[in-house]
Design a protein around this ligand. Structure first.
Ligand code: N01
Length: 503
């Protein structure tokens, strides 16, 4: 058996693979498992961190948990009868992802510490040339599973850099930093903040929550899963699957209100108002916590302990805008200065301006970020014209606010896997979607988005890009997305065979 010639001394070794996957969160792991299940071994998972897990590895702040039930928030092919709670906490989900990676033999394919700094399509070579912090790779196919909640946004607040205390983003938590007895400021009131606030409030001396927009919050029906139920899940095949199906259908009902007819959201709004009323007695605080936009416009949050934590004697809700940060304090626009030891930035992620898009260069030398300058476009949320052999998982318009992202990811995995099999079956070296397919998909999304609560609910959210277009959410029932990508739409792609070297 002939071995490849060793790289000349001094030249960096280039590793050739059929598929390179960026990221090892749910999407990247799922892709790797799909490939392995088909007997494909010729692939790598490029992971910038030192372990698998993606957003569930990175978001290890106190109180981090999922607001989708565990039975639904897991791979359909890898149910876990041992979930200890109905809604899992971050360490359990991270352990699940690590365990799944081991069970399916994915780790051997992972290159850790490999941040993709550039990926360029070479049309002569018909390969992706991928540069990482752990070396060079050449791949026939590039699957970006880099995630939408991967790169934190740091707010542009005057003076933030001059702060001499500790600054932590929710997604970059420093577990060694002891907050006990400190005056802590939390900036932001999204899904991350409302979990951090109650988790740290009992230990800090003073907690200031800087709220720009109040979220809608409904009760969290979380409870431990009793051991008898776990045993039953193990003993009765299909039981967990039925529970999962039921959870799935219940959550899909929310789409009726969000995307079809906002009238159906009214009972959810009433539930949230009653929840606030029950938990906050002070009318002034209650008013400050009451949203002025339609429920569902931003992500609906679930919590039983956020309101009580904000109403605690050592906590304060500040609604005045932040004017500046000074070396040891925060000043609001009403002129009040609050001494601060630690600032927690729960300010979200680059979702509509994915940093990875700036690093992927297509056939005509433009980056994905340049092509997407006026908004993210794609065919079926997965492929982009001008970017041959590139598949995006958790790409544009595949996000969901009401149910499990894993369902959407698995839908996409089937599509990409079908595309890869089509390439093999037809002997194709290159597969590229057409601008016409992209345009048709853009129109479909625009049509489905019309009148939805995300566009017409009277709020600003990361669901919309700077032009107010929905480029992140799938605006319909998720089973419709699955149906759309069930089969690879070969007719919307131009394929080049190995022998055809010109277009
Ligand atoms: O981020 P966000 P997140 N000055 O973008 C505020 C998932 N997730 O990390 O609303 C002051 O939602 C901003 O204010 P406004 C989930 O998909 C899931 O909380 O823009 N404030 C907002 O309040 C979620 O949607 C789970 O006016 C500033 C907050 O910061 C996504 O992650 C848990 C500001 C950002 O909220 C992101 O959630 C956690 C500024 N300059 C996360 N900039 C669960 O499953 C921003 N803000 C439970």
């Amino acid at each position: 058996e002939s071995q490849p010639a060793p790289a000349p001394a001094g030249a960096p070794a280039v590793r050739e693979v059929r598929v390179a996957i960026i990221g090892s969160g749910f999407a990247g792991l799922g892709m790797a498992i799909a490939l392995r299940n088909r007997g494909e071994q010729d692939f790598v998972v490029l992971e910038r961190a030192g372990d698998v897990g993606g957003t569930w590895r990175d978001n290890a702040y106190p109180g981090a948990a999922c607001d989708v039930q565990s039975n639904l928030y897991s791979f359909s092919f890898a149910p876990n009868p041992d979930w200890p709670r109905s809604y899992s906490e971050q360490p359990e989900i991270q352990a699940y992802l690590q365990g799944t990676a081991d069970r399916y033999g994915v780790r051997a394919h992972c290159v850790f510490g490999a941040e993709v700094t550039a990926a360029r399509w070479d049309h002569t070579d018909r390969r992706w040339h991928v540069t990482t912090t752990a070396g060079e790779f050449r791949a026939r196919v590039l699957v970006s599973a880099a995630g939408a909640l991967a790169d934190p946004t740091y707010p542009d607040i005057p003076g933030l850099a001059s702060f001499t205390g500790t600054v932590m983003h929710s997604a970059r938590w420093d577990a060694d930093h002891d907050l006990a007895g400190e005056r802590v400021a939390v900036i932001g009131t999204g899904a991350s903040a409302i979990q951090i606030v109650p988790a740290i409030q009992p230990q800090v001396a003073g907690l200031t929550v800087y709220q720009r927009t109040p979220p809608w919050i409904v009760p969290r029906t979380d409870r431990p899963v009793p051991p008898w139920k776990q045993r039953l899940y193990r003993l009765v095949p299909g039981l967990q699957k039925s529970v999962r199906g039921l959870l799935y259908l219940t959550r899909e009902l929310l789409v009726v209100g969000m995307a079809k007819n906002r009238r159906f959201l009214r009972p959810v709004g009433r539930l949230a108002r009653a929840h606030l009323h029950r938990q906050v007695r002070d009318p002034k605080l209650r008013a400050a916590l009451t949203p002025d936009y339609t429920i569902g416009c931003k992500r609906i949050l679930i919590s039983n302990d956020y309101y009580p934590a904000v109403a605690a004697p050592n906590a304060e809700l500040v609604t005045a805008g932040i004017a500046e940060v000074r070396p040891r304090s925060i000043v609001t626009q009403d002129g009040i200065e609050r001494p601060t030891d630690t600032i927690v930035l729960a300010t979200g992620f680059h979702v509509t301006d994915l940093p990875i898009a700036g690093r992927i260069t297509g056939r005509d030398g433009r980056t994905l970020a340049e092509v997407w300058a006026e908004g993210m476009v794609s065919n079926r949320s997965t492929a982009v014209a001008g970017f041959p052999n590139l598949f995006l998982l958790v790409g544009p318009n595949v996000g969901v606010g009401h149910t499990s992202m894993v369902y959407m990811i698995e839908s996409q995995l089937a599509y990409v896997d079908d595309a890869l099999q089509t390439m093999t079956a037809e002997g194709l070296e290159v597969l590229e979607t057409t601008p016409a397919a992209q345009q048709a998909y853009r129109e479909l999304i625009a049509r489905k988005s019309q009148g939805t609560v995300w566009l017409a609910g009277g709020c600003a959210s990361w669901y919309l890009d700077r032009h107010g277009h929905n480029t992140t959410l799938w605006p319909d029932f998720t089973f419709r997305f699955r149906r759309l990508v069930r089969r690879f739409d070969r007719e919307n792609y131009v394929g080049l065979r190995a022998e055809a070297r010109t277009r």
